[in-house]
Design a protein around this ligand. Structure first.
Ligand SMILES: Nc1ncnc2c1ncn2[C@@H]1O[C@H](COP(=O)(O)OP(=O)(O)OP(=O)(O)O)[C@@H](O)[C@H]1O
Ligand SMILES: [Mg+2]
Length: 224
């Protein structure tokens, strides 16, 4: 079966640390389950046994302070290559709804814009790793960086270890935020920007409304 003829519906969530991706995914999964769907949730990096090893290497390995941007890009791509083929494409072929906590745009933004690897290089590695299938819709939760950090501090337990990305200076997150907004401008049909400073319930409603609007043409209709 060609990738284009797959019948499922693919949703990704993007945005910088603490913007509320996991929170909104939890709300959406609950709504989908209440409506009788069984969505597949995956996360990046990770989502497969191989990918979870790569996630550890990227985030918490004691040696990862020495990681070069190039190695970082390739590790994210390796994790994604495994995830797409092992989990995402089979689930879409089985007409399931797939929700990914981060996907391709994270690489474009973090390794491309923020780590300054040339866009054409990132684009070509993305294409090799992920193939041609893109999310049917991407929700970008846009939030002021200092607010995102404040939320993370509130969320954190005292013994939590910050991951490597969370050690970056604020300017890195400003670049990430602007990189995401530029990606949304480049892909206005796919990426829907949401104001992540709004109350959780309001954002969740906007997400459900957007899915109802889009899914009846792309999928056999998401009931919500
Ligand atoms: N709309 C909101 N308003 C205020 N607080 C929120 C909102 N959404 C989420 N939060 C809170 O912000 C914190 C971070 O949310 P969450 O873990 O969902 O972010 P995330 O984008 O998944 O972060 P990460 O990139 O680290 O995984 C949590 O404590 C959550 O309860
Ligand atoms: Mg999260």
């Amino acid at each position: 079966m060609s990738e284009a003829s797959q019948t499922g519906f693919f949703i990704s969530f993007e945005g910088s640390e603490g913007c509320g991706k996991s929170t909104q995914i939890r709300h959406l999964i609950e709504s989908l389950r209440d409506a009788g769907h069984e969505p597949l949730l995956v996360r990046e990096p990770g989502g497969t046994p191989i990918g979870e090893h790569i996630r550890h290497l990227l985030q918490h390995s004691p040696d990862n302070g020495a990681m070069t941007p190039e190695a970082e890009l390739l590790l994210f791509a390796a994790s994604r290559a495994q995830l797409v083929r092992e989990k995402i494409l089979p689930a879409l072929a089985a007409a399931r709804i797939v929700i990914s906590d981060r996907f391709l745009d994270s690489t474009t933004v973090y390794q491309g814009v923020a780590r300054k690897i040339p866009a054409a290089t990132v684009e070509s590695i993305n294409r090799f790793a992920a193939g041609s299938r893109r999310p049917d819709v991407t929700f970008l939760l846009d939030l002021d960086c200092t607010e995102g950090f404040a939320r993370l501090r509130e969320r954190a337990h005292p013994d939590d270890k910050r991951d490597r990305m969370e050690e970056e200076p604020l300017a890195f997150y400003e670049a990430v935020r602007h990189g995401y907004l530029a990606a949304a401008q480049a892909h206005p049909d796919r990426i829907r920007v949401l104001d992540a400073a709004k109350p959780q319930a309001e954002i969740a409603r906007a997400i459900r409304a957007e899915l109802q609007k889009r899914s009846h043409v792309l999928f056999q209709g998401i009931r919500l």
